[in-house]
Design a binder for this molecule. Structure first.
Ligand code: ADP
Ligand code: ZN
Ligand code: ZN
Length: 756
């Protein structure tokens, strides 16, 4: 018999290592098996088998796998293929991908620890509820409900909940719901049990315990149906398709219909959403469409819940629908037929830290072409990369250009802040145009959203006599002034201090707030419109989940009239009461030092504009700016995506930026400014020797000093005529060399492929 070898992915920054498979394991081991292996003197590691073969590895001493630690494979062959591609493409190790993919309780580790053993994962039993066999049709159900209604309202409501959770299609032939899906006290459940209305039983956590089936979906309009047919056709031909539909055109309805079709054929669906503070509305909508079959995967899940979901999914044969943020792309979904990437332009699909620095959107596209699923990218403001891919025919493209129902895109007014100030028409950072619109909306009992992308009261304070500005002692940025508590705070590292009254530099001037943030807008709006109820929604509020929910709920139910917020309110908000949206200062969107600044400004403005008039034709958006002649602002005001794309793509091509080239950034960090500066220059020089002119000089990024760490960057540009894998190989060897250099060993170097 030929000797069998296994390549094993270990939770280390190493390529997979090879081990011999003893004859006693050779019949049970498979790709994806969790195994323990000896490493070093007497250490045991756990890892996952990624390849089985008969080629003797070129090591002197080949060690043997100690044991298979779980009988079920931990990853499928498709997942392993994905991990290997991701490691190559994103220049990290398979171990790093594995660490991101597996829930912590299943994570291989150093030492053959107990956690990895089988018994921990025998999933518990699950309590289930179904209607009692006494209730055998609609008639007897109604009789039972009517008997409860007069005096036992709480029981009545619980009963209704159970009926809804089970769903009408299997209600009278044994259909059941997990107890956990019913939000009622055990007292209430016990009463229903005593009355013989329901029955309780236990069952093993099993895959497909609740097949997701479509329960509720809107009837599509003719235009939407036509778009859906095109999407369906395009997905079967191109695999990846871009659905470009304006805000409130019904993209989400299309996703629901498409997902339901796949589910009814037994396929699984992955629905990726950006990391938004505000997702409840969307989740509610998907839940009412798919019931308890909808799995929700997010970063705040407990390790136990994550592990259970991972195992449940890996045992399932299909028919699953999971909605989740970027890391859900790594879940073990069998028979995965469709990936939806909602708001595909959103930068939160890219993980920046820690490794793997992957883009879930781009991974989804790879999966469509290599693992046989279809990927639908959707947005009102597609990324230029996706748009260009659609334009050149690599992706299919479907356009949905009308809002649903009576809704129309709002009227957009560009309001010149400089002119307005000269005419004396600007009060509390609000020009007359915006103030008038707000006044009209309030008189009509409609709502207003005001957008300012800076938190706090003022972005900085300054001494009027000497110009001194307090800066964070740990970072290279100015401190933000908060009027509440008279504090200065660093938005990067959290450092906070009392704001000095008198300037500590010249001991002359009194420090004055400069510029304006959400806290200040909230204050001046309350002064200008004393009759209005004003609330604020920004990162400071959202740090408490309860306050966040309360603020949204109050706005939704009309208890507040004006909501002042940051970026957070630009997406996912679907409130029909909003008549006016105001952008207080579009300038600071445009002035970011980034080649994507114009594209992002356009996206943000169009998304904010999209919050107005979602249910009628009376929406107004006012964009305040000192650059009313800016192309991007004019294009955004007209929602003219094509002009923006043409303009920006022309610039990107002329200056050699994506999508015409690819970028890889190298970031060096160390506590010594001098060392990191010297190291970065030397590494850049070496890279240029190897790769040529596509390597920039080492440079400090806009924020070059964070939490006492100094940062330098090098950018490598890959032309379309170059081979990306060759260049990645050269970068890897230069960085390896650099890491072995005694002088620079302590500098941390991170590589980011396709930085956002
Ligand atoms: P998008 O995802 O493109 O922003 P949505 O799917 O959120 O658009 O649709 C906007 C609003 O219009 C939502 O409140 C949605 O429920 C409603 N809507 C869209 N299409 C339909 C339809 N065919 N029937 C009923 N309501 C619809
Ligand atoms: Zn001073
Ligand atoms: Zn700081």
């Amino acid at each position: 018999m030929e000797t069998l070898y296994a390549d094993v992915i270990l939770p280390l920054a190493l390529a997979p290592l090879s081990f011999e498979v003893g004859p006693e394991l050779s019949t049970t081991i498979v790709v994806g098996s969790g195994v323990s292996v000896p490493l070093g003197e007497n250490k045991l590691y756990t890892g996952i088998v990624c390849r089985l073969h008969h080629n003797r590895p070129p090591y002197k001493r080949i060690r043997t796998i100690t044991a298979i630690v779980r009988s079920e494979p931990l990853a499928s062959i498709g997942q392993i293929a994905l991990w290997e591609w991701m490691a190559r493409y994103y220049m990290c190790t398979e171990g790093e991908i594995m660490r991101a993919a597996l829930p912590s309780l299943l994570k291989p580790s150093a030492a053959n620890d107990e956690l990895f053993a089988e018994r921990v994962f025998t999933l518990g039993k699950e309590q289930m509820l179904r209607l009692s066999s006494k209730i055998e049709d609609e008639g007897s159900l109604h009789t039972a409900l009517e008997a409860l209604l007069p005096r036992r309202k709480a029981q009545y409501r619980t009963m209704i909940q159970i009926v809804e959770a089970i769903g009408t299609d299997r209600l009278f032939d044994g259909g059941a719901t997990p107890r956990s899906a019913v939000n009622a006290s055990s007292v209430l459940i016990n009463k229903l049990l005593e009355d013989g209305l329901i029955e309780r039983f236990e069952r093993e956590y099993s895959p497909l315990y609740d097949i997701a089936a479509l329960r509720r979906a809107a009837t599509l309009t003719p235009l939407q149906s036509e778009a859906l047919a095109k999407v369906r056709e395009s997905l079967s031909r191109n695999r990846t398709t871009l659905l470009h539909g304006i805000t409130a055109s019904g993209k989400t309805e299309l996703y629901i219909h498409l997902a339901a079709e796949i589910l009814s054929q037994g396929g699984s669906v992955l629905y990726l959403i950006p990391e938004l503070a505000i997702t409840e509305q969307l989740i509610e909508r998907l839940r009412s469409a798919f019931g308890n079959g909808l799995s929700i995967y997010h970063s705040k899940m407990t390790p136990r819940a994550r592990t259970e979901m991972y195992i449940k999914l890996s045992r399932s044969e299909g028919g699953e629908i999971v909605v989740g943020t970027r890391s859900a792309i790594l879940l073990p979904l069998n028979n995965l037929r469709l990936i939806i990437v909602d708001e595909e332009h959103d930068r939160s699909f890219k993980q920046e830290d820690p490794a793997p620095r992957f883009s879930a959107r781009d991974v989804a596209v790879w999966m469509a072409h290599n693992l046989g699923c279809a990927t639908l990218l959707g947005s009102a403001t597609p990324s230029l990369e996706s748009f260009y891919n659609a334009y050149t025919g690599r992706y299919g493209y479907v356009w949905l250009g009308e809002r649903y129902g009576e809704a129309r895109l709002p009227q957009v007014v560009i309001s010149d802040t400089i002119k307005s100030a000269k005419r004396g028409e600007r009060k509390g950072h609000i020009n007359k145009e915006l103030a008038d619109a707000i006044r009209t909306a309030l008189a009509d009992h409609r709502q207003v959203i005001l957008f300012q992308n800076r938190r706090g009261f003022a972005p900085y304070v300054e001494c009027p006599s000497c110009g001194w500005t307090p800066r964070c002692p740990h970072c290279g940025v100015t401190l933000t002034y908060y009027k509440k508590g008279n504090r200065l705070r660093c938005n990067l590292c959290g450092h906070a201090e009392d704001s000095p009254h008198r300037c500590p530099a010249c001991h002359e001037g009194e420090l004055l707030p400069q510029g304006f943030g959400t806290e200040k807008i909230e204050e001046s709006v309350a002064e200008l419109f004393p009759e209005a109820r004003v609330a604020r929604l920004d990162g400071d509020i959202a740090s408490s989940a309860t306050r966040l929910r309360a603020t949204i709920h109050q706005f939704e139910s009309g208890e507040t009239d004006i909501l002042v917020g940051t970026q957070m309110i630009t997406k996912g908000f679907d409130f029909s009461g909003v008549a006016v949206v105001g952008v207080l200062n579009a300038d600071n969107l445009l002035s970011r030092p980034d080649f994507r600044a114009e594209e992002r400004t356009f996206q943000t403005l169009v998304q904010i504009t999209g919050r107005a008039g979602r249910a009628d034709s009376n929406g107004v958006t006012v964009i305040q700016t000192s650059q009313p002649e800016s192309y991007t602002i004019i294009q955004a005001a007209k929602s003219d995506y094509l002009s923006m794309a043409k303009c920006q793509l022309r610039d990107r091509e002329a200056f050699g930026y994506p999508p015409f080239t690819r970028l890889i950034s190298l970031t060096l960090r160390d506590g010594s400014a001098e060392l990191v500066y010297r190291g970065a220059r030397e590494l850049a020089a070496r890279l240029r020797e190897l790769i040529g002119s596509g390597v920039t000089d080492a440079h400090a990024p806009a924020v070059s000093h964070v939490a006492d760490t100094y940062i330098m960057q090098i950018m490598v540009r890959i032309e379309r005529s170059d081979s990306p894998s060759d260049i990645k190989g050269l970068i890897r060897s230069a960085v390896g060399e650099f890491g072995r250099n005694k002088l620079y060993r302590r500098i941390s170097v991170t590589i980011n492929v396709d930085p956002q």
